[in-house]
Design a protein around this ligand. Structure first.
Ligand code: PMV
Length: 335
């Protein structure tokens, strides 16, 4: 039996502008995970899936269009197994405690765990870059034009600076620590000087990412200069957030997160519920707060100091959060 777990993710800053080649910072979220178990099944039974959370059971042969089925076919082609004329006989069980369409990377985490579990079980080597690319292809097929930040942070499992295309970005940085010499997009690990405590408030409202992404695209077409200026302003905030993280300057970080939220509100991707949670976090002592992910629902994050965790969590629940997650981001170093 092979068991693989993949974390969720949290976009710290830069969402939406990242689709237009500005940088963003994302963090793996190890408190909530997707898990995939793979066992051999009887000869000739093909590939069977179980998703007990969703009360679903299906086979690859019956439902080849299902996203998990399609990803497995893509993987088997990639590693050259399906072309041998016979697919393996496997029983795959998928579970996840990451809310679906909540802005915490549920789809990318399930896809990553699926690829890793099957490749490990079949003894095939898949690099992190392979995993990230295969997950990106699958997200692109089902969700339009993702920037690639979700698959990247979940495949690499470390805090990252992400810029979709280093070739076109004015925010290009020198790739001193590139995870891959030829990496396009531009991906770097980031330095975090001290531990960060974040609270994540879930509005309970499920919103498909492509909806606010499409709305931003349409508005940008009508007001290109205004939207490009907003994206530039977000890019500048993300660059300053990177510096604040490297210096361990939590007060500056909080203000910059607030600033990023204001720019996202101006882009029209916040909502009354998200704003209520952001206000409640700030009023109860958070150093800063903003929506995280696509917006119009999903989650927000608040930067807090440990003594404030209880009171901010309580305030978030009182302001309508259906769930509050606490996460501690460990410091990272330059090496
Ligand atoms: O809703 P999420 O967590 O999948 O985040 C989407 C982030 C966007 O920048 C809005 C879109 C993208 O593809 O990067």
């Amino acid at each position: 039996m092979t068991v693989v777990t993949s974390p969720g993710k949290l976009i710290l800053c830069g969402e939406h502008a990242v689709v237009y080649d500005r940088p963003a910072i994302a963090l793996p979220l190890t408190q909530i995970c997707a898990q995939v178990h793979v066992v051999d099944s009887p000869y000739g039974s093909g590939i069977m899936f179980d998703a007990p959370n969703l009360q679903r059971h299906w086979t690859l042969a019956e439902e080849p269009e299902d996203p998990a089925s399609a990803l497995v076919v893509h993987l088997l082609e990639h590693v050259g197994i399906a072309r041998n004329g016979k697919t393996p006989d496997l029983h795959i069980t998928i579970t996840s405690d990451i809310p679906v369409a909540g802005g915490l990377g549920s789809g990318a985490a399930v896809a990553t765990a699926l690829l890793r579990a099957i490749s490990t079980h079949l003894d095939c080597t898949l690099s992190r870059e392979d995993v990230s690319k295969l997950v990106y292809e699958s997200e692109r097929h089902f969700h339009g034009t993702p920037s690639g930040i979700d698959n990247t942070v979940i495949a690499y499992e470390q805090p990252i600076w992400f810029c979709r295309s280093s070739a076109y970005s004015p925010w290009r940085t020198i790739p001193t620590q590139s995870m891959s010499a030829s990496a396009e997009p531009h991906i770097q690990p980031i330095v975090i000087a001290g531990p960060l405590t974040l609270l994540i408030g879930d509005t309970g409202i499920r919103s498909e990412t492509r909806l606010p992404v499409d709305a931003v695209r349409q508005r940008r077409e009508r007001q290109i200069l205004h939207y490009e200026a907003l994206f530039d302003a977000i890019g500048a905030v993300v660059t300053r957030i990177r510096a604040a993280l490297a210096e361990g300057n939590l007060a500056a970080l909080g203000l910059l997160l607030n600033n990023n939220h204001l720019l996202l509100q101006q882009m029209g991707v916040s909502s009354t519920e998200l704003d209520q949670l952001v206000d409640a976090a700030r009023e109860s002592g958070a150093l800063g707060a903003k929506l995280s992910g696509g917006g119009w629902g999903g989650v927000m994050l608040a930067l807090v100091e440990l003594p404030q965790v209880k009171q901010v969590s309580k305030a978030l629940l009182a302001a309508g959060a259906v769930q509050v997650y606490q996460t501690q981001i460990a410091p990272t170093t330059k090496s």
